[in-house]
Ligand binder design. Structure first.
Ligand SMILES: Cc1cc2nc3c(=O)[nH]c(=O)nc-3n(C[C@H](O)[C@H](O)[C@H](O)COP(=O)(O)OP(=O)(O)OC[C@H]3O[C@@H](n4cnc5c(N)ncnc54)[C@H](O)[C@@H]3O)c2cc1C
Length: 369
């Protein structure tokens, strides 16, 4: 199976990452992308790599996220070696801030269960928080510090992944995949703008649009777009070094003084608009976290569509028909999960046993509607 002919639908971080790993294993790979590779959620994201911040408790999802986070330093170095692009993987650490006693208690509970799993996490009081990050709001009463949750510049990552996949020999074609082509109960290719392209295996990595590819049997209500709006500010010198979270959103300090502030979570169909209310909320939260951001110039605003699933877990592995595979529904952790998804999907497509059990991420775990 190592020399299989594989078609990947979608050229985001998932499609390009899987293409890279499959091609390195010897498969012939074509990525079909209807617009510019990486132009959707993958470049709209914030690039936070935060299994500990994102997780609600122990389980397969936390395990998957931790394994992917552990792959990041080598992943970034490999992409640099293949392409010359530095993806700005920054071991910045993350602070989740509380503004009242109830919030501080919730953070303490998180720190406690994570420490019981031997994950590094600590609860800081106000004096410790302000000693660490003097520009933070004086209203902060506590913070959970996750020193191993980091960040990457996801636009650079997207660019590097596309280049790396092409560098190792993956072919890219522009076009809209209408659906998969089925013969005798097996997927044998795709319909690309009316032309049939044949393949031994087809991987659907079409992000929020995965359910719209005909024949894939993923209900478009199971994977659906969750809009997130973002604002980029510029500071001359970085005002803080950790990624800062509160219950309302986050600010991400890039090394060059940019600050990415986000985000909203809205179900507005496929509309990618930035709205007055969305910007108002994001700017208010950014200034609440770090009042000095009030005078920072606004450089850019944008919105992107996270591929949302109801249980917030991705869909990974074999699809409903032989020859069909799915790598979608990564919701707000797709940048974090790109390295592990690429590895696991390559193993699954090549018929090898996967290094993580994919059962919790099966496509058919959702109730039929
Ligand atoms: C505002 C925002 C903030 C985020 N922040 C973070 C974060 O901090 N950390 C993190 O880990 N994750 C974050 N995410 C989530 C992350 O961006 C996504 O989970 C991830 O990018 C999904 O990658 P993907 O390749 O599946 O989808 P996409 O990047 O959306 O790529 C899918 C591709 O498929 C193409 N396509 C779709 N249909 C077809 C078709 N029929 N034919 C051909 N091509 C098709 C599209 O054009 C697109 O390029 C964020 C997302 C958003 C929107």
């Amino acid at each position: 199976m190592r020399d299989a002919n594989v078609i990947i639908v979608g050229g985001g971080v998932m499609g390009c990452g899987i293409a890279l790993r499959l091609r390195q294993a010897g498969a012939r790979v074509t990525v079909l992308e209807r617009s510019i590779p990486g132009a959707e959620a993958s470049s709209a994201a914030g690039g936070i790599l935060a299994p500990q911040m994102e997780s609600e408790g122990p389980g397969p999802f936390l395990e998957l996220c931790l394994r992917s986070r552990a792959l990041y330093p080598d992943f970034a170095a490999e992409l640099h070696a293949l392409t010359g692009v530095n993806v700005d993987y920054l071991p910045s650490g993350l602070l989740h801030l509380a503004f009242d006693e109830a919030g501080a208690q919730r953070l303490k509970a998180t720190v406690d269960w994570q420490r019981a799993l031997d994950l590094r996490a600590e609860l800081l009081g106000p004096a410790e928080v302000h000693a660490l990050e003097p520009q933070l709001s004086p209203q902060v009463v506590a913070a959970a510090r996750f020193p191993d949750d980091h960040q990457v510049d996801n636009r650079l990552l997207t660019r590097a992944l596309t280049m790396a996949a092409a560098r190792v020999g993956a072919t890219f074609r522009t076009g809209y995949v209408r659906g998969v082509v089925e013969e005798h109960g097996r997927v044998v290719g795709v319909d690309l703008d009316g032309e049939t392209l044949r393949a031994d295996a087809v991987v659907i990595a079409a992000g929020s649009w995965s359910g719209l590819v005909q024949g894939v049997s993923v209900d478009p209500r199971v994977v659906r777009p969750a809009r997130g709006q973002m604002v980029q500010l510029q500071t001359r010198l970085p005002l803080f070094s950790h990624v800062l979270f509160s219950d309302k959103g986050y600010v991400i300090p890039r090394a060059d003084g940019r600050v990415i502030a986000g985000s909203t979570l809205e179900f507005a169909g496929f509309e990618k608009n930035v709205t007055a209310e969305g910007l108002h909320r994001i700017l208010a939260l950014a200034m609440e976290l770090c009042p000095a951001l009030a005078s920072a110039p606004v450089q850019e605003t944008w919105a992107g569509l996270r591929p949302y699933t109801e249980d917030h877990l991705p869909i990974l592995g074999a699809g409903p028909l032989p020859g069909l595979f799915l790598a979608t529904g990564h919701f707000r952790n797709g940048i974090l999960l790109a390295p592990i998804t690429a590895r696991l999907m390559a193993q699954a497509v090549l018929g090898e046993s996967t290094s993580v059990d994919l059962a919790p991420f099966r496509f058919d775990r959702f109730p039929r509607r």
